[in-house]
Design a protein around this ligand. Structure first.
Ligand code: PEP
Ligand code: MG
Length: 327
C-alpha cells in the first residue's frame, strides 16, 4: 500500500484544467525530510524548528541548528525549504524553559513563539545565523511565527538584518538574500493582511492557530473541541481575506495549517485562489492525487456556493458532499 501511495506522489500536481499546484510537506525533525521527498513533496513548506529543543534541557548551539538545517536543505536541493523560527511556548515548551511557564495562567496568549525570540535575542540570533549560513547551499526561506502586528514583524526583520551585518563583518559565508516571510495565524494579522503584504516576502497561513484565536477555543482542549471548527465562516472569511490580499500584491502565499491536509477543504482553498499547500508528509500523495482530479473552475464555483452559507455545519456537509465527486 505504501508503494502505491508513493507512486501517487511522483510528478507534479496539475488540475484537470492545467493549473499547477505546489504540494510541500511539513516537518518537525530533519530526518523527516527524506521521507517527505520520497512521498513526492515539492519542497518543505513548514519546518517546525522548535522540535530541536523539545525534550532538551540544554541550549542548542549554532552548530546544532546549522547541521539540522543543512540536512533538510541538502535533501531538497533547488526546491524551497521554509524554515520557521522557534515557536516555543504554549503547547511546545522546551525542558530548559519549563520554569518560565509554570506560573502562567494562559500560555496560548502569553510569551510564546516570536515573542520569545524577541525577548531572548541571543537565542534568536543564534538561530538566524545558522539559517543564513545553511541558506548558501540551497533554496531556503525564513518565516516568523505568531506575528500579531506590523511593528513586531519590522522588529524581527531588523534582528535578521543585524545578523546579516554581523556575518558580513565576520566574513562568514552566508546568503543574505533569502525571502523573509511570516505566518498568518493571529486574527490581527489576517485583518491587516493588505498592509502586511507590503512588508513581507511571503505569507503562510497557519490555520491551526488561526482557528483557535478566531473562535477563542484552545486547540488542545477536548472540552472545547466543538468550538474549534475550521468550517466556521469567520475562519474562512479570514483565510479568504489573506489569499485575496496576497493575490492583489502578487505575493506568494501558502496554507501550512492542518486545513490543507484535509481533503475536504482542498477544493475550497483552490477555489479561493490558493496554489501552494503544505501538508503532513503522509498526506502529500493523497493531496496531489486529489488535485489531479479537480478543475479550478469547479473549485471556484464551489467556493462561491460556500460563501452563501452561514453555518459551520452546513459548510461542512456541503464540502463533504462535494468531495465525493472528486475522489
Ligand atoms: C498553525 O498554527 O497552523 C501551524 C501550522 O503552526 P503550528 O501547528 O506549529 O502552531
Ligand atoms: Mg501555529
Amino acid at each position: 500500500k505504501s508503494q502505491a501511495l508513493r507512486k501517487l506522489g511522483v510528478g507534479q500536481a496539475i488540475t484537470t484544467d492545467g493549473v499547477s499546484i505546489e504540494v510541500c510537506g511539513n516537518i518537525e525533525f530533519p530526518e523527516e525530510a527524506i521521507q517527505c521527498k520520497e512521498r513526492g513533496a515539492d519542497g518543505i513548506g513548514l519546518y517546525r524548528t522548535e522540535f530541536l529543543y523539545l525534550g532538551a534541557m540544554g541550549e542548542r548551539s549554532e552548530e546544532d541548528h546549522y547541521q539540522a538545517y543543512r540536512k533538510v536543505i541538502d535533501t531538497f536541493g533547488e526546491r524551497p525549504v521554509t524554515i520557521r523560527t522557534l515557536d516555543v511556548g504554549a503547547d511546545k515548551i522546551p525542558g530548559a524553559m519549563k520554569h518560565v511557564y509554570n506560573e502562567v495562567s494562559n500560555p496560548e496568549l502569553g510569551l510564546r513563539s516570536i515573542r520569545v525570540s524577541l525577548e531572548y535575542l541571543e537565542l534568536f540570533k543564534t538561530q538566524l545565523r545558522a539559517i543564513l549560513r545553511a541558506a548558501v547551499f540551497g533554496n531556503a526561506r525564513v518565516m516568523f511565527p505568531l506575528i500579531s502586528s506590523i511593528g513586531e514583524f519590522r522588529q524581527a526583520r531588523m534582528v535578521f538584518r543585524d545578523v546579516c551585518e554581523d556575518l558580513e563583518e565576520q566574513k562568514i559565508e552566508h546568503n543574505p538574500h533569502i525571502p523573509v516571510g511570516m505566518m498568518v495565524e493571529v486574527p490581527s494579522a489576517a485583518i491587516m493582511a493588505e498592509e502586511f503584504a507590503h512588508e513581507v516576502d511571503f505569507f503562510s497561513i497557519g490555520t491551526n492557530d488561526l482557528i483557535q484565536y478566531t473562535l477563542a477555543a484552545d486547540r488542545s482542549d477536548p472540552m472545547v473541541a466543538k468550538y474549534y471548527n475550521g468550517s466556521d465562516p469567520s475562519v474562512l472569511f479570514l483565510v479568504r481575506r489573506v489569499l485575496f490580499a496576497a493575490r492583489d500584491a502578487k505575493l506568494p502565499v501558502a496554507v501550512c495549517g492542518q486545513m490543507s491536509s484535509n481533503p475536504m477543504f482542498v477544493p475550497l482553498l483552490l477555489g479561493m485562489g490558493l496554489r501552494n499547500l503544505s501538508v503532513t508528509p503522509q498526506s502529500v500523495p493523497i493531496i496531489k492525487q486529489l488535485v489531479r482530479n479537480i478543475s479550478i473552475t469547479e473549485c471556484e464555483e464551489l467556493a462561491q456556493k460556500c460563501y452563501q452559507l452561514d453555518l459551520a455545519r452546513d459548510i461542512e456537509t456541503f464540502l463533504r458532499g462535494e468531495l465525493k465527486r472528486f475522489l
